[in-house]
Design a protein around this ligand. Structure first.
Ligand code: GAL
Ligand code: ZN
Length: 689
């Protein structure tokens, strides 16, 4: 449930003269902000030399902010270890995949497994917790900042050996499941196991292989280990904070949306109280709304609970050249994050930095202190939110469909990418976009999340499979669910080896077919498919095509051309009370849209007809239904709202609706509310005493 959303900002008192703090705090309040996040990079000021803490300035800053009415979120400063610490312990510096040391002078210059770093982190976090853990002015802790990176140092290598030993217990098991007989890679001691020798980024080329190609089992396990290492580093801090702080202070970490591929965020989310994420929509060069929408749904899906956006883009940004939000986009993207489940939107940052790397990352206020257009926009947003706070309190995004997000599959595809058309992120994004394009609400969740409540579950890229997950999916379908699977489902086991089973492994019975052949073309090369019977399903599959032999499945569409012309392209198999749909190639926009029109329409879900670049987000309020319409284009757009959509007459709280027609200004939005129809009485009601 989201409360009435709050606005906030990141502030760095250590970067500004003390005399300025009170004025900033007051200006923030006048801008409509009420949450301020501080101290996340301030280690050198908090601990100027080993064990000598100086918290007086932080205490004063917190006091000034609290006096102006702000809630304070305190960051732990471990993303920026100070120079004295690195001088004492140069071994803290992490090693990149290419063997280069990531030197002091930037940030994130630490190895999460290095004992000296862990000890120093524990010391500063404990001291902060002891000092501010019962402080009423502090409402939450943010651990570190945007955890990430894979370290290739010798400490990590030794830690990886222990990790493998815990996982496999014996070397012969490891040799077995990785299949190290291939190319004479059998290990006779744990210490022989290398870190996967991969290029830092895959070499460019149509099929994405990097020149070095380590054992797939090793590659997948190293990714799991690296993810675990960062989570262990976070846990070191959560443990200290839980020991020293009042549980009223919530513990969070700012994650990086759906696009960030290095940490199993499902596992990370279990360690924190609230999921937060950082939202920089204009970094997306396509300037599409799908990226930040998917990020919002994926972050909310981690705990299936409201989230905080701890960094919302406030202005132009970039390392070399600025990418600038258009006027109105700060409002639009903040609203979009709220519509996807954010109960706090905190802008990065209050004031543009005068010094340091991020002079080009613009805050709400200019570096010279000038209050301008961006500040006005945030101020107006605060007023607008206050005006509809009653409707938003207790509202939550409607999840009509679940899209499964699986890190093992994602990591395995990083180790051994095949056709770019089968890329993990692209696959999830394409199915997500098609569903959202029909106005459906999507929960992006782990395959281990409870699925029974969803009419439709979509698994766009479930590359790694095991028997128990296959059973879960089968039970879901038997219970009446509709499961949609895409090509290259279940071709690897949990060790990234190929199962000795018909494809899709462990799911062939559920899908009622076997994949007997496949062809990989250029990623953009498409072939047309043709719908069976009603002919509704149309479009192209591209890049990758599979030939299936149905056992019990029937074709919804067949290949109209290409190597497998005339054979099923999309199939459906009735199992129990539900259905399993299998798509044999990578669907283009039209194919996926048609598919979901058919599948979701057939399942009785309400669909909307949305013009290009218009996003709809439906929320269930406490006693009303809410519909937000976003026009992400720079032209006026009109949306026809069917009177059957929603449960009553839509009334516009922001924008206007008349005769079922909503006109949206360029980069504008509408906020509609309708009374919820009384719920039909439970059939049991009459029989109850
Ligand atoms: C974020 C980061 C911030 C700041 C910002 C600049 O990724 O967490 O500290 O660097 O980017 O846009
Ligand atoms: Zn390391």
């Amino acid at each position: 449930m989201i409360g009435a959303p709050r606005l906030g900002c990141a502030y760095y008192p250590e970067q500004w003269p003390r005399e300025r703090w009170a004025l900033d705090a007051q200006l923030m309040a006048e801008t409509g902000l009420s949450v301020v996040r501080i101290a996340e990079f301030a280690w050198s000021r908090l601990e100027p030399s080993e064990g000598a803490f100086d918290f007086a300035w932080l205490d004063e800053a917190i006091g000034i902010l609290a006096a102006a009415g702000h809630d304070v979120i305190l960051g732990t400063p471990t993303a920026a270890p100070p120079a004295w610490l690195i001088e004492q312990h140069p071994e803290i510096l992490p090693v990149r995949a290419d063997g280069r040391v990531h030197k002091f002078g930037h940030r994130r210059h630490y190895c999460p497994n290095e004992p000296a770093m862990r000890a120093a982190s524990e010391r500063i976090v404990r001291a902060l917790g002891q000092r501010f853990g019962r402080d009423e002015r502090v409402s939450a802790w943010q651990i570190d900042n945007e955890l990430g990176g894979r370290c290739y140092c010798e400490t990590c290598r030794a830690a990886f050996h222990s990790w493998l030993e815990r996982r496999y217990e014996s070397l012969s098991t490891l040799n077995d499941v990785w299949g190290t007989a291939f190319w004479s890679q059998e290990y006779t001691a744990w210490s022989q196991v290398p870190l996967p020798d991969v290029a830092a980024t895959p070499a460019p080329g149509p099929f994405g292989f990097s020149r070095n190609a380590p054992n797939p089992g090793l590659g997948l396990d190293f990714r799991r280990f690296s993810s675990d290492s960062l989570i262990e580093f976070l846990k070191l801090q959560t443990k200290v904070l839980r020991e020293t702080c009042d549980p009223r202070q919530r513990i969070t970490n700012n994650l990086m949306g759906f696009g960030f591929p290095e940490i199993d965020y499902h596992a990370l989310a279990e360690e924190i109280d609230v999921v937060s994420w950082d939202n920089y929509p204009v970094i997306d060069t396509t300037r599409q709304w799908v990226g930040p929408a998917l990020a919002g749904d994926a972050m909310r899906g981690l705990k299936q609970a409201p989230v905080w956006v701890l960094e919302q883009q406030a202005g132009p940004l970039g390392w070399e050249s600025f990418r600038s939000p258009h006027p109105g986009e700060n409002r639009l993207f903040a609203w979009q994050a709220i519509a996807h489940g954010a109960e706090l939107v905190s802008f990065f940052r209050w004031r543009t930095a005068r010094f340091g790397t991020e002079q080009h990352w613009h805050g709400i206020v200019d570096a010279n202190g000038r209050l301008g257009r961006r500040r006005d926009e945030v101020r107006a947003l605060a007023d607008e939110l206050a005006g509809v706070g009653d409707a938003l309190a207790g509202a939550h995004p409607r999840g009509d469909v679940a899209v499964l997000h699986d890190y093992d599959s994602r990591f395995a595809l990083q180790v051994q990418p095949t056709n770019p058309a089968l890329g993990y992120e692209a696959g999830v994004r394409a199915h997500y976009a098609a569903l959202r394009g029909l106005g459906l609400g999507v929960d992006v969740v782990s395959p281990r999340a409870p699925l029974a409540g969803y009419r439709i579950v979509v698994a766009p890229s479930l590359y790694v499979m095991d028997e128990s997950l296959a059973e879960t999916l089968t039970e879901y379908v038997q219970g009446g669910g509709i499961l949609v699977l895409a090509p290259r489902t279940a071709v690897k086991d949990r060790c990234n080896a190929i199962p000795e089973r018909p494809l899709p492994a462990w799911l062939d019975r559920l899908c009622g077919l076997e994949v007997v052949d496949y062809m990989s073309f250029g990623p953009e090369e498409g072939v047309a498919i043709r719908g069976e019977d009603d002919g509704l399903l149309a479009g192209n599959l591209h890049g990758w095509f599979e030939r299936v032999e149905p056992a019990t499945a029937t074709a919804l569409a067949v290949y109209a051309e290409g190597p497998f012309a005339g054979t099923p392209a999309v199939t459906v198999n009735e199992v129990g009370d539900g259905r399993a749909v299998y798509v044999t190639g990578v669907g283009d926009e039209s194919a996926l849209q048609h598919l979901y029109l058919l599948v979701a329409g057939g399942a009785g879900l309400e669909l909307l007809v949305l013009p290009h670049d218009v996003e709809a987000a439906a929320l269930a309020g406490k006693s009303s239904d809410l519909l937000l319409l976003f026009n992400h284009s720079d032209e006026e757009r009109t949306v026809d709202i069917d009177v059957d959509v929603g449960n009553g007459e839509w009334r516009a709280r922001i924008g206007s609706v008349s005769g079922g027609r909503v006109v949206l200004e360029p980069r504008g939005l509408a906020f509609l509310e309708a009374e919820r129809a009384p719920q039909p009485a439970s059939p049991l009601a009459d029989t109850l005493p």
